[in-house]
Design a protein around this ligand. Structure first.
Ligand SMILES: Nc1nc2c([nH]c(=O)n2[C@H]2C[C@H](O)[C@@H](COP(=O)(O)OP(=O)(O)OP(=O)(O)O)O2)c(=O)[nH]1
Length: 130
């Protein structure tokens, strides 16, 4: 099983979502940016590193928001999803196909990775401040 971190990165009433590259698992699906936990790093270190590598921005990581266990056909993940605040830098799509700042309600319009649907539903139910 893979342990994966992801961040709901807030800037005002918007959050940042990224689109996976077409050569990767869950190709072209939209997700919350992050990636696989490596040896000898904490989940928060992993998330900070992945956000730098993927988008080259700085974030402040807050509390855990949701944990999702999901079985895909070829891989099983434990997704640790954190709330986070945008701090600085202009995002660049370095290790993703595209990115977008969107409002929570717009999550309905994107083809999200299956594991993320539970997170989307929770966000739609309670908004950004809970
Ligand atoms: N980062 C991230 N991955 C997610 C989310 N939802 C979801 O199902 N996943 C899945 C897709 C992948 O199977 C796995 C994460 O792997 P990854 O390919 O993004 O991780 P990585 O950047 O460290 O991978 P790599 O290119 O270094 O191999 O988790 C999500 O919201 N964020």
């Amino acid at each position: 099983m893979l342990i994966v971190t992801a961040g709901i990165i807030k800037k005002g009433n918007k959050i940042l979502i990224t689109q996976r590259k077409d050569e990767k698992n869950q190709a072209l699906k939209w997700e919350f940016p992050g990636g696989k936990l490596e040896e000898d790093e904490t989940p928060k270190e992993c998330l900070r590193r992945e956000i730098m590598e993927e988008l080259d921005i700085k974030i402040e990581i807050e509390d855990i928001y949701e944990v999702v266990y999901h079985k895909y056909e070829n891989v099983t993940i434990l997704l640790l999803c954190y709330m986070a605040k945008y701090i600085l830098g202009n995002p660049r799509a370095i290790e993703c196909n595209d990115f977008k700042w969107i409002e929570i309600e717009e999550l309905k319009d994107y083809d999200l990775a299956e594991a993320d649907k539970k997170i989307r539903n929770k966000l739609l139910g309670s908004g950004l401040n809970n």
